[in-house]
Design a protein around this ligand. Structure first.
Ligand code: SF4
Length: 581
């Protein structure tokens, strides 16, 4: 132990929980101690923490930051202890509720992107823009000219208040989009002790989507029109470039693997031109108090600055990516495969804590380029009794694209599903079917015999929410919900769902070129992604220590994955095999 004795560290951990206003649950101080030891004793810069549902991850993350700050020479009131990152609105709201008592004390604050706040200062008769239009700093510099606006609106504006406090608060919670935009473009967040990456299994895909470059014939035609309308397309070279690229998008093979970077360079010049012109006009409109025009120009400038930055990042960082041409949409997409060497751009702290209930060390290291000697993996013990999480491999069939072409395989699969449903419906229990695709789902729905239950189908093109609500509110008979979108982000506690059927291993679709690349170049990562999704799926219906449900796995590939050494979550489940139920 490097800095202090075990007793001192233990006391620091308990004091950290107390300062946050929490009495630690069993296991939480030990979890924080393990993470601190990895940072302070083992010299790790990154900890990958696999913490099961119910461990209280958000509190473990904040308490780690609290204790780390003090043990690292800070004080009880030092600012900039942590940034807490969340991916989904549900988790962001949970953070808000968990730390609500600390808001206003300088200890905790949550901030979101400017588009979540209103800007009343620049409102016109027809529009109240969001705070992306904010011109506070420019108006401040010309205070005499904007005195009335500033004192009536800006001095009490929530957005600017949060922005001004974001670097002085001790724990700052935000979402990945806000964080990526800050790290890649604005760089306004000052260095912290710790960044806590919650739901970290999503980071790579979120980053890849965030940094994807897209252009199509239709989009570029709109771009030419918009530039002409908003700032004037007087530069003939820029006008020609846009026209040529838009036309080339429509010709299959014209923009290809060998030449797409030339196109990107040309687009970078177009977007930079638009952004620079927009910015200049924006300033003029503001000074003349033509707020409607200013707001339009701000949106315009933000769009083209963003598009230019994405291309610039690709050129500068040369990250591994895939090029894709979609003939039907006459569109080109260039997408990062992994965060990779861009991770250095995303740094905002000395230490990083990556947390999730399903997180794999292998995937985190490969996708974020984490140096193995600086990375420590910690898995916390299960929090729910494993007998409450039964997994039954029920007569698993060798399911693949090829075997599913055989009607006999589909018929046997449907019959197995029907047996599971009948068994639970007889006990008046409700459950879910996790289908691998809408196509196989349709075959299952067609083949299932009518029974004394209500089958609710999430149809392609509809939102899952609709089907989920219908399922939750159905009364009068047991309900069964079938959908390919149930693997993640769905909570079905207690009697809402007592059984779940995992039809087939949720291998990511190879129609996605990025996934195909990952399978070819990084097969272990591809398998780990599938396994994490499988484990997420197996946890949908057990949401507390007293909750229970049975998961049926009907596919031999899913069984193989679940039983493999890579499955570090196996100890959370009570597993058995059966041929008959
Ligand atoms: S500080 Fe003023 S200009 Fe900026 S968003 Fe708030 S109200 Fe609008």
């Amino acid at each position: 132990m490097s800095h202090e004795s075990g007793a001192v560290r233990h006391a620091a951990i308990l004091a950290a929980f107390a300062r946050l206003g929490f009495t630690p649950r069993p296991g939480q101080p030990e979890a924080v101690a393990q993470v601190l030891s990895a940072f302070l004793d083992d010299g790790a810069r990154h900890v990958v923490l696999c913490a099961p549902t119910g461990a209280g991850k958000s509190i473990i993350g904040a308490a780690t930051a609290e204790a780390l700050t003090l043990l690292d020479g800070g004080t009880e009131t030092s600012p900039k202890a942590s940034i807490l990152l969340t991916a989904t609105n549900v988790l962001a709201s949970q953070y808000h509720a968990t730390f609500a008592a600390l808001e206003g004390t300088g200890q905790f604050m949550a901030i979101r992107g400017a588009n979540n706040y209103e800007c009343t200062a620049l409102a016109t008769d027809s529009e109240v823009p969001n705070a992306e239009a904010c011109a506070f700093f420019t108006m401040q510099q010309n205070r005499a000219n904007f005195e009335e606006v500033l004192s009536r609106h800006c001095d009490s504006c929530e957005y600017i208040r949060l922005k001004q406090r974001r670097n002085s608060v001790r724990h700052l919670a935000t979402n990945y989009t806000y964080y990526f935009v800050d790290r890649l473009f604005a760089q306004k967040l000052e260095e912290r002790n710790l960044v806590v990456w919650d739901e970290a299994h999503l980071v790579n895909d979120l980053f890849s989507d965030h940094n994807a470059i897209f252009f199509s014939r239709q989009q570029l035609e709109r771009t030419a029109q918009e530039i002409a309308e908003v700032v004037g397309l007087t530069d003939q070279q820029i006008a020609r470039t846009l026209k040529t690229i838009a036309n080339d998008c429509a010709i299959k093979g014209k923009i290809n693997e060998r030449n797409y970077e030339t196109y990107l360079m040309a687009l970078l010049r177009v977007y930079t031109y638009a952004a620079e012109r927009g910015e200049a006009e924006q300033g003029k409109a503001l000074r003349a108090k033509r707020f409607g025009e200013h707001n339009k120009l701000t949106r315009f400038t933000t769009t083209y600055t963003g598009r230019a930055c994405k291309i610039d990042d690709l050129i500068k960082y040369r990250y591994d990516h895939v090029f894709e041409y979609d003939e039907a949409k006459q569109a080109v997409t260039v997408k990062p495969i992994f965060v990779g060497n861009m991770f250095s751009r995303l740094q905002a702290a000395r230490y990083n804590l990556f947390m999730s209930a399903t997180i794999s060390n292998e995937v985190m290291q490969a996708t974020l380029n984490l140096e193995p000697s600086k990375t420590k993996f910690i898995k916390l013990p299960p929090t729910f009794p494993k007998e409450n999480k039964q997994v039954i491999f029920y007569d698993p069939l060798p399911l693949s694209y090829a075997t599913l072409q055989d009607p006999k395989t589909v018929s046997k699969l449907v019959s197995n599903i029907a047996n599971v449903i009948n068994k639970h419906v007889a006990m008046q229990e409700r459950g879910i079917i996790l289908a691998p695709s809408f196509k196989l789902q349709a075959a299952i729905v067609d083949g299932l015999p009518k029974g004394n239950y209500k089958l609710i189908e999430h149809r392609q093109g509809e939102k899952l929410e609709q089907a989920l609500l219908a399922f939750k509110h159905h009364q009068g008979s047991p309900a069964v919900l079938i959908s390919p979108s149930l693997f993640e982000g769905v909570d079905l506690p207690d009697d809402l769902s007592r059984f779940q059927v995992i039809v087939k291993a949720p291998f990511p679709s190879l129609a996605d070129k990025r996934m195909k690349h990952i399978l070819t170049e990084y097969p272990a990562v591809y398998n780990a992604i599938t396994l994490m999704k499988l484990i997420q799926g197996a946890g949908r219906s057990v949401r507390s220590a007293t909750d229970h449900a049975t998961t049926y796995i009907l596919d031999a590939n899913a069984q193989r994955l679940f039983s493999s050494k890579a499955n570090v979550w196996r100890d959370e489940f009570d597993v058995r095999f059966t041929k008959f139920i």
